[in-house]
Design a protein around this ligand. Structure first.
Ligand SMILES: [Fe+2]
Ligand SMILES: [Fe+2]
Length: 348
């Protein structure tokens, strides 16, 4: 019994090319067992010939050469509850789901109307109704040198952006969201490290900034549904991210009040861009297509919502980000640290 237990605990999954196992120290388990190991995502059927089940001793994989790893398929099935053939209705495909050995299983969720919740990237409790009553015209007048530097840095970035995208607002929105989602993650990460270094609480600011990053990424996931990036736009995103991530990282280390002020102004520009987007939709220059399903669920929009409704809630989000970042900068200007002021968590 003990030996069996020890052997079971040493079972490992290995995913690699079959060429590495040409010495026949391992063999692929049957098709039906193998498919189940990696299904639940796109790996499923396409890699079935590359998946191996190996029984190795506690000493590790290096000793495989001396270990007989061939097992009867039936024995594998009996010993491990790996495969569940339960269908997964997402995307309408009959995909198989993993029942994890580790007890990690995604719960089946339902929407309020009883239909299945189909998004894995966010859950019903993360959805919200945007506050459209927020003041879109609020502006922080730059007074100090750093404020002016932040303001004119953002203004100068607008010129090449206008030139590149012109009136292609869908594409512009998608591309700008790839940049907008960076500052929250960088700021949150740096505050996280600071909290660890100094053995002190963050006042909720780590979470608030990560929430902002996630919210911006959801904007991107939404606009991806209405505008597909071309190859050179993908290349541009990679280049811009490489530069912007590092520049913002350094900027935040040197002066968080400048970094937050700059994001505040970026958000003011985003509000302007989305207002222009709405004008183009109203004029009919951009087709007011039905809202993507992901947007309807994320912002709890009515089922018959359109792209215009989506742009309005995204613009409201940007106004909230503007407030949070100018607020954070103001805290620093008052000579305080962010942790000394409660963070605006869940501020939408
Ligand atoms: Fe955004
Ligand atoms: Fe934003």
């Amino acid at each position: 019994m003990m030996i069996r237990g020890a052997t079971r605990s040493a079972n490992i999954f290995v995913v690699m090319g079959s060429r590495l196992f040409s010495s026949a120290t391992a063999r692929a388990v049957s098709k039906e067992a193998t498919v189940g190991i990696l299904t639940g995502n796109k790996l499923g059927g396409s890699v079935q010939n590359s998946v191996f089940w190996i029984r190795a001793p506690m000493l590790g994989v290096r000793n495989l050469g001396t270990v007989a790893v061939g097992e009867k398929e039936q024995e594998v099935k009996e010993k491990e509850k790996v495969v569940s053939a339960a269908g997964d209705s997402e995307n309408g495909k009959d995909e198989k789901r993993i029942v994890s050995y580790w007890g990690v299983e995604t719960p089946k969720l339902s929407k309020e109307d009883g239909t299945e919740w189909k998004w894995h990237c966010f859950r019903p409790w993360e959805t919200y109704q945007a506050d459209l009553s927020i003041d879109l015209k609020k502006h922080h007048k730059p007074t100090t040198f750093l404020d002016r530097l932040a303001f004119w840095t953002v203004k100068s970035l607008r010129w090449p952006t206008d030139l590149f995208f012109q009136r292609r607002y869908g594409c512009r929105a998608m591309m700008l969201e790839t940049v907008a989602a960076v500052p929250g993650m960088v700021g949150g990460m740096l505050l996280h490290c600071k909290s660890l270094r100094r053995f002190e609480h963050s006042g909720g600011w780590i979470k608030a900034l990560l929430e902002e990053a996630e919210n911006e990424r959801m904007h991107l996931m939404t606009f991806m549904e209405v505008s597909k990036p071309r190859w050179y736009e993908r290349a541009l995103v990679m280049a811009v991210q490489g530069v912007f991530f590092n520049a913002y990282f350094l900027g935040y280390l040197i002066s968080p009040k400048f970094a937050h002020r700059m994001v505040g102004y970026l958000e003011e520009e985003a509000i302007h861009s989305y207002t222009e987007f709405l004008k183009e939709l109203d004029k009919g220059n951009i087709e007011n297509v039905p809202a993507p399903a992901i947007a309807i669920d994320y912002w709890r929009l009515p089922p018959n919502s359109t792209l215009k409704d989506v742009v309005m809630v995204v613009r409201a989000d940007e106004a909230h980000h503007r407030d949070v970042n100018h607020f954070a900068s103001d805290i620093h200007y008052q000579g305080r640290e962010l942790r000394q002021e409660p963070a605006p968590l869940g501020y939408h």
